[in-house]
Design a protein around this ligand. Structure first.
Ligand code: BYC
Ligand code: FE
Ligand code: FE
Length: 473
């Protein structure tokens, strides 16, 4: 394992100084990245000191280094998790073989596509969140937004390192294109749909970090099993940062629910005081959970089968040995899908290897089901008997075996008319977006929070809630 080098222009633990060509290529990309950050990263706030953590190593506590930093001066670095001696591949046709430090030629194109797809989401999310700083409900939340933003920037660095190191001139071209695509640009959009949707208010931000960053957790976990060891170790370290993004999301939505519940309990209509009613929160949850289901790709996928067979992308927690057959042969995945012509849902069997996306989606769905249960506990503790729910995995799908089909919120087949009629009950309307936007007013006073969100239970890094998380004079 190379030592951590923090003195270089690009902090790293991959021995960059020993590879002059690679260093030069990355140092050539660095100013372009900074230019992108200044154009497309958080609007304004670039001159302010922000209480951020910076990764300075991969060991325990190595990434939890807190201090005041101006965002453009953030030290974006390249850190891979520690290597494991005598590591072997745990799944697919290559089960039991040693992991690869260089990429087998026949896997090059497929791997490049996966790395580029992963990479593309990172700058996309920063672009989507660009304007949120102007309406932050507190300095605490403002700081969390920026922490998420700089770490998504670092995740881009993590992937760009792989592109430069392992994919030659193709990789360099891809790294440039990552700075050229733009979230929501009709001519040059980001790769995956959810990353082209606008994120203009903080309820959306917290739903995004709960549901869409959590796709990141599951995709990164699947890549962390990879036989291509540099990819596995890169994504392992990204997961330690991801945990914070997920807690920002879950706690953020939870605090909004808490505030709304408190108002309901005292008999105040949330709308009367600029807070967000539960039915609106529910529709935002529906929008972002269902959009995130699509991020898993098709339930029946030859891409997924090949990525699994070749040892590139494993199942969730594959390395823990929790699956009976590491090769996933001779088994089927059972689900229900619309039978063409028959007009009804029927039992459908997908050979297990082709169902890897569906398996990952199921693990994700179990996870978000637990989160919604925790939010419901908050409501129950307040004595509010309404409950929040998640839409069926068949609802509102654009990708996969249910794409474009008229399934209702519970996943029953209905006529397209019913979908149109009930849409306002299930998904946010323009009026919902406008109302939520009208609640967003910035709060910059230390220790104060906007009226539509409860304060968190604790501050960052043991600091009090009225700490100057952002130094605004
Ligand atoms: N939108 O075989 P199929 C994160 C394409 S989030 C548009 O069914 P496959 C983060 C697909 O590319 C994690 N296109 O699925 C979160 C393919 O096209 P080609 C991001 C889509 O390929 C918040 C065709 O449809 N990481 O980190 O097995 C903030 C057939 O695809 C979509 C990754 O995604 C879609 N939703 O699975 C910041 C991991 N879905 O190739 C960061 C890397 C599918 O035939 N990516 N298509 O032209 C992958 O593992 C896979 O590419 C996917 C798709 C799971 C996304
Ligand atoms: Fe990320
Ligand atoms: Fe994230």
């Amino acid at each position: 394992m190379a030592a951590v080098d923090l003195a270089s222009r690009i902090p790293n633990n991959v021995n960059l100084t020993e590879d002059k060509v690679l260093t030069r290529a990355l140092e050539h990309w660095q100013p372009k990245y900074l230019e992108w950050w200044m154009d497309m990263g958080p609007s304004d706030f670039t001159g302010l000191d922000i209480y951020l953590r910076t990764a300075v190593g991969v060991g325990r506590g190595g990434w939890a280094n807190f201090g005041y930093v101006k965002m453009p001066d953030y030290r974006w670095g390249i850190f891979l998790a520690e290597p494991e001696p005598a590591k072997t591949i745990k799944f697919g046709d290559v089960t039991g073989q040693p992991v690869w430090q260089t990429l087998p030629g026949e896997l090059r194109n497929r791997t490049r596509r996966l790395v580029v797809t992963q990479a593309d989401t990172e700058p996309a999310s920063v672009e989507q969140q660009r304007l949120l700083g102007h309406t932050a409900p507190s300095l605490y939340d403002l700081r969390n937004l920026f922490q998420v933003n700089v770490e998504e920037g670092r995740h881009l660095w993590a992937m760009v390192y792989l592109l430069h190191k392992h994919f030659g001139s193709d990789g360099r071209d891809e790294a440039e294109d990552l700075l050229r695509r733009r979230s929501g640009d009709p001519d040059n959009p980001r790769v995956l749909q959810a990353f082209n949707k606008p994120v203009r208010d903080w309820l959306t931000f917290f739903c995004f970090t709960t549901f869409t960053d959590r796709d990141g957790k599951y995709q990164l976990s699947a890549l962390a099993e990879s036989g291509f060891d540099p990819l596995a170790r890169t994504t392992q370290f990204m997961l330690t940062e991801e945990a914070h993004h997920l807690s920002v999301g879950e706690n953020g939505v939870g605090r909004i629910i808490q505030r709304t519940g408190e108002l309901m309990k005292e008999g105040t209509d949330p709308r009367r005081v600029g807070a967000i009613p539960l039915d609106v929160i529910q529709r935002f949850i529906n929008e972002w959970s269902s959009a995130s289901y699509d991020l898993f790709g098709g339930e029946d996928s030859s891409n997924a089968a090949e990525a699994f067979a070749s040892g590139l992308k494993g199942r969730y927690r594959e390395g823990d040995g929790i699956y009976k057959d590491p090769r996933a042969l001779n088994q089927v995945y059972e689900t229900q899908a619309l039978e063409a012509g028959a007009g009804k849902l029927v039992k459908t069997e997908i050979p297990l290897r082709r169902a890897m996306n569906a398996l990952l989606l199921d693990a994700y769905h179990a996870d978000i089901t637990r989160i919604v249960a925790r939010w419901n506990r908050t409501l129950a503790d307040l004595g509010v008997d309404q409950k929040l729910t998640l839409p069926s995995l068949r609802f509102n799908r654009q990708i996969g075996i249910h794409a474009g089909q008229p399934f209702d919120y519970e996943g029953s087949l209905v006529t397209p008319d019913v979908l149109v009629q009930r849409r306002p009950d299930w998904l946010p309307s323009e009026a919902d977006y406008a109302y939520v936007q009208s609640c967003m007013t910035k709060v910059h006073e230390r220790g104060k929070f906007a009226n539509w969100i409860a304060p968190p239970h604790q501050g960052i890094n043991n600091q009090p809630l009225d700490f100057a998380y952002v130094e605004i004079q």
